[in-house]
Design a protein around this ligand. Structure first.
Ligand code: SF4
Ligand code: SF4
Length: 95
């Protein structure tokens, strides 16, 4: 395997591990506030997912019509939002 290919696989593995940390609580998508993003969906067994995940960044609106900008979670980890005490990424940071 070439160095480039090996490095690419390493990056993909890092990405998978980062994504897997999310507990799918939906808090960063507004579920605790009661007016979530219109693209947020609930799994039948509990937990949430984004119906446009690969295209999620940018301007969207809540179910109630409030506009907001979806950004990478790493960009808001220093901020607070309702329910953020359950965010797996924030918990990792506080270890
Ligand atoms: S677009 Fe962003 S805020 Fe909306 S459900 Fe997807 S990840 Fe959450
Ligand atoms: S608040 Fe954190 S753990 Fe919950 S869905 Fe958002 S990124 Fe995932």
């Amino acid at each position: 395997m070439s160095d480039d290919r090996e490095y690419q696989k390493f990056l993909e593995q890092c990405q998978r591990e980062w994504e897997a940390r999310c507990s799918r609580c939906g808090a960063c998508c507004g579920v605790v506030e009661g007016d979530p993003c219109e693209h947020l969906r609930r799994f039948k067994k509990g937990g949430y997912y984004c119906s446009i995940y690969t295209e999620r960044f940018g301007l969207h609106k809540t179910v109630g019509g409030r506009p907001f900008r979806c950004v990478p979670i790493r960009d808001i980890l220093h901020k607070s939002w309702p329910g953020d005490q359950d965010c797996a990424y924030k918990k990792d940071l506080s270890k």
